[in-house]
Every structure is written in C-alpha cells, then in structure tokens.
Design a protein around this ligand. Structure first.
Ligand code: FES
Length: 106
C-alpha cells in the first residue's frame, strides 16, 4: 500500500481514551505518533523526542504540557511550541472526527 505524506489515516473511535491517557499508534506509513487526551481533547504529536528520540509516551503530561522523561524538554501539545528548556518544536498532527471515527493527517 502506498500512502502519501498528507493523507487522512483512520485511528478508530478512540472513545475509550481517558483524560491524561497516552497511546502510541503506528500508522500505515510506519510513522509512530502519540495520542494524548488532555483537557477533554485528543491531540496527536510525534512519538519520539526531537532531542534524542526518547519515547514521549514515557513522559508526563500536566494540562497540555508534555515533558520528556530524559532531559525534561517541554512542549504545549496544542501547538508543538517549546516551553522552558526545549530548543526544538515538537511535530504535531491534525486530527478530524467524522462519523464516530478519528482520522489523523500524517
Ligand atoms: S531526549 Fe527528550 S529532552 Fe533530551
């Protein structure tokens, strides 16, 4: 299967995600994203830290701020913008909810 870099990919219903939950998803493209439910919304970000590829699923989330567990870089998961020590932005992905199913643009 060939998937373009800008395709809406199905993620399923995601109704079971609870507040604060993080879930890694491997897309058909091979890219791994991290879904995070925070402040009653689902967000999609790159699963690996842009600093040294540490899995961000092992980090912590407070409000909409995600903290990498290794060197504590932080980002706002709504925008991917750096907070505090972070020197690089975090890639984020657009989500769409349609007919009970979620899709990610990746
Ligand atoms: S590996 Fe994430 S901040 Fe260094």
């Amino acid at each position: 299967m060939t998937v373009s870099a800008e395709t809406w990919l199905p993620l399923g219903p995601l109704e079971d995600m609870e507040e604060g939950e993080r879930r890694e998803v491997t897309l058909p493209t091979g890219k791994i994203i991290l879904l995070i439910r925070a402040e009653e919304k689902i967000h999609a970000v790159c699963a690996d830290c842009p600093h040294q590829d540490t899995p961000l699923a092992e980090g912590s989330v407070e409000g909409t701020i995600l903290t990498c567990p290794l060197h504590f870089w932080q980002w706002d998961i709504r925008t991917g913008e750096e907070v505090g020590l972070a020197e690089l932005p975090l890639e984020i992905f657009e989500l769409r909810h349609d007919n009970g199913e979620w899709f990610v643009r990746a």
